[in-house]
Structures are given as C-alpha cells and as structure tokens.
Design a protein. Structure first.
Ligand code: PMP
Length: 362
C-alpha cells in the first residue's frame, strides 16, 4: 500500500536514471589460479591519509598490506619459499616442525601440499592463531613464554627435540634459513620498487626474526642508496642497537611477532639506520587507529611499525616517500587489542602525560 518508495523506486530504472552511483564491475587481472598458494605476494601498497594528517607527516606514507596474503601474513612468503626449496630435497610426505610464532603460512602450504605439519609455539600466542592452525590440520605444541631461547623447554628447544625423535622430519628454521630474507629481497622489496613512482626515502618494519627488514633493506639500498631503514623493536626486547636502547625494567611485552631475547642469524643489523623502541600502548592504540581511520584490518605489530613511522617520517619533506610494512591481520587478535576490556585490563586505553609531551594522541 503506502509504503515509502525509497527502497524500491529505482528498481527497473536504467542505470543513467538511477539515483545511485553505478560503477563498472571491478576487473580482476587473475584468471583461475592452480591453488591458493598463488595468492601469496603482490600485496597492495595503500596510501595513509588521516593518520598522516593527525601526526603532521608531510611526506607520502604508504602501507604495504601483508594481510592480503592467502594465509593473512607476511610470513606466507617465507613458507612458500621454503617449501619451494625443500621440495627439491625432501620426500613429499615429510614431517614439518616449525619453531616460529606465525606458522599459519606454513600450515596453509602444508595443507595444500599434503604434508604433516607440527607447529611449536609459545603460550603467549593468541587462541585465534591456534584455532586457525588446527583448522589447517597442523598439530600444535605449546611451550612456556618465559623460557629463554636456549632452554630445552623453549619453542626452539622443543622443536629440536621433536626433530630428533620423529623420523624423516625437517625443521624450517626461520632464524637461520636464508630463504627468509631472500623472500623479501626478491619479493616484497621488488614489489615496492614497482609500486612506487619514484625513489623510496624511508622504509619501516618490525623485527622478529629480522628477515623482513634485512631482505627489504638490502634490495632497497641497492636501488636507492640514500634510503633510511628504520627497524622497530618492542620495549623489553634485545634486538635494537645501540645496546642502551634495550635497557628497561621489564622483558615482557604483549605485541606478538616482533622482538626477541637473542639476535637471530638472519637479522642483519648493519643495514638498519635507526632502531625505534615501541611501547605496547602506542602499538595497540595505533593498530586500532589503522582500523578506525584507514580501514586497514591489521594486527598489533602493524601498530608498532606505524607508530615508529609517524615519528621518523616527520624528518621527510613533501613529495618524499615512506613505506611501512603491516605484517598481519586483526583476524589473529580478535580477543586481544580489538577488545576494550582487554585494553582496559592492561591500562592501555588511558591517555598519559608522556603521550601529550611526545605529541601523540594518547
Ligand atoms: N609481525 C608479525 C605479526 C609477525 O608474525 C612477524 C614474524 N615474526 C613479524 C612482524 C616480523 O617479521 P620478521 O620475522 O621477518 O622480522
């Protein structure tokens, strides 16, 4: 009868008479891909707009959105690369032990290729990650977060023990395996060079194994010798240089995927020009800001990298470019920094005088 016509009146009206803006269908360049592993790499580089304004960043700030990888993280690139290498030397039905927190890419590749996959990971890692890994068919072994890297009960120690116990098993060791930085040297860095119309003046990435920052920095420095490389290390971790930067009262930090109590072999600290120590507060508030103001559904360590970038990129002028790596997706942390309760319990929501002094909105 007399229903308001708003929701139906354009039906049957041709597009040129419709009140709505009509767009042509989006063209997808890819045809059918042989399997999902083909959707690893070629991630988008997205301009940051609102956050740049808030922090007075004049240069162009771009986010390399690694959560667009098939498994949702920068680590997918390494898994793919290592499987590619391992394929040539191992029987297809191998056992795979992995001693790195973000094993989703590896479990994904193992699922597609039909390998058995065991992930050894510290208790600290989120339930979301564990559930995704289980869904991908990985077997999970949890280890105490407090165990130091060389303790037999640490994730590395347990992975090594299992490796000895399980016949035909193989550890894909991200801390020492050169395919880790090479995946970024050949892949991530080349993509950034192709995506930017002109030189890159600064690149910012968090350091866990250090594979991302080392591979990126080497290739980008070859291409743009004046580029400034900023590595991000959470307060409580020991990766930064000079050593004094690492002095704090605590060795605990909530952010996942970055920071260590030892310097991994693949981390080449010589290619880093500046280390930035991030706090959990700026990490998670910035991660929430990236979602709220830029629509980028990224995880916690993305917040650390962006918090560093907005401070360091203040030295750059209009027309210069800074690229920030956003390593993974909020999907892995739905019960963590997305939750106001989780944030409040850790006193991460209140503003501090330190924040005001440092020209940070928290
Ligand atoms: N962020 C997250 C969420 C990660 O899982 C990792 C990998 N540990 C990193 C950042 C750091 O990457 P990389 O190991 O290459 O230093």
């Amino acid at each position: 009868p007399n229903l308001p016509s708003r929701c139906t009146w354009h039906l049957g009206v041709s597009a040129d008479k419709s009140p709505h803006v009509h767009l042509p269908p989006r063209k997808r360049p890819e045809k059918v891909v042989p399997n999902i592993l083909n959707m690893i790499g070629n991630t988008p580089l997205v301009k940051i707009n609102n956050i740049s304004k808030t922090f007075g960043v004049k240069c162009e700030l771009y986010a390399k959105c690694e959560f667009f990888n098939a498994g949702g993280s920068v680590k997918d690139r390494i898994a793919l690369r290592e499987f590619f290498n391992a394929d040539t030397v191992l029987e297809p039905c191998m056992y795979c032990l992995y001693c790195i927190p973000a094993g989703i890419g590896l479990a994904l590749a193992a699922a597609v290729k039909g390998y058995r996959c065991i992930i050894v990971m510290p208790e600290k890692m989120s339930m979301e990650k564990v559930n995704i890994l289980r869904a991908l068919g990985a077997e999970i072994v949890r280890t105490p977060t407090s165990a130091s890297f060389d303790a037999p009960e640490s994730h590395i120690g347990v992975a090594q023990r299992l490796n000895q116990e399980i016949p035909n098993s193989h550890i894909l060791d991200q801390y020492r395996n050169p395919s880790n930085p090479i995946a970024h040297y050949d892949g991530t860095a080349e993509e950034i060079i192709a995506q930017c119309d002109g030189p890159v003046d600064m690149v910012v990435a968090g350091a866990g194994t250090g594979g991302t920052i080392s591979g990126l920095a080497r290739k980008l420095k070859e291409k743009y010798p004046n580029i400034k490389v900023v590595a991000v290390d959470p307060e409580g971790s020991d990766l930064a240089e000079p050593e004094e930067l690492n002095k704090t009262d605590t060795n605990f930090y909530e952010v996942e995927g970055i920071g260590y109590d030892f310097v991994p072999t693949v981390l080449d600290r010589q290619v880093v020009d500046k280390w930035y120590k991030s706090t959990d507060r700026e990490t998670f508030l910035m991660a929430r800001k990236l979602i709220r103001e830029e629509g980028l559904l990224c995880g916690g360590s993305s917040g650390s990298a962006m918090a560093a970038a907005v401070q360091c990129a203040k030295d750059l002028k209009e027309g210069q470019r800074c690229v920030v790596i956003l390593p993974d997706s909020i999907r892995n942390y739905m019960s963590k920094h997305l939750s106001d309760d989780w944030m409040s319990e850790r006193n991460l929501l209140e503003k501090t005088s330190e924040g005001a002094e440092m020209n940070k909105p928290w």
